[in-house]
Design a protein around this ligand. Sequence first.
Ligand SMILES: Nc1ncnc2c1ncn2[C@@H]1O[C@H](COP(=O)(O)OP(=O)(O)OP(=O)(O)O)[C@@H](O)[C@H]1O
Length: 202
Amino acid sequence: MLSCEDLACRAGGREIISGFRLEVAPGERVALMGPSGSGKTTLLTTLAGLLPPSRGRVLVRGLSLAERPDLRAELALVFQSYGLLSSLTAAENVEVALRAAGHHPSEAMDRAAVVLERLKVSAFADHLVEELSGGQQQRVAVARALALRTPVLLADEPTAEQDAGHRGVVLKELMEAGGALVVATHDPEVAELCDRVVELRP
Ligand SMILES: Nc1ncnc2c1ncn2[C@@H]1O[C@H](COP(=O)(O)OP(=O)(O)OP(=O)(O)O)[C@@H](O)[C@H]1O
């Protein structure tokens, strides 16, 4: 579903990742682990097609992501820093992503309501993102990515800001989403729920 071979990524003028190989099957859940600074965010950003690799290619269904930008529609990314539009409401953030992906406004509204409910943020659906706590914002970011129902979901430490109860909520939704999942995490319990662990070394 998602693969790369001999991938190298640069950030800040130096090579952060080199000779990286990954093959993720449809529906497979992979935990990406490694110490702080080992390159998990850099790698996820590259796999999402947002940062061009300095060597190698990212393939989606065997096709080059660089040559076929339309394949980006197969991927969703939960950013470590959420990447929400702070002057919009939680619901609008999800709806905007769905509308940008081609969904009818009324369908986007319905789908956003369902996914925000599942992530336990429906009580804040009409609140501006800037009024939400870090944990609430993170669940909106997860909701936005899940709402797109892409075959591949990339998630960067998606439970880092969650208390124990909400961590379970986020994990359940991510694990049951059904698509391939690559999740960067420092949490061994998240890794245990995945099918396998890929370790990055600094
Ligand atoms: N835009 C940038 N400019 C300069 N250096 C960068 C940039 N982005 C990342 N780096 C460097 O690349 C390395 C890898 O960073 P990255 O954020 O990918 O690591 P990480 O494994 O996700 O870390 P963490 O677990 O702390 O989130 C770090 O040494 C970081 O300082």
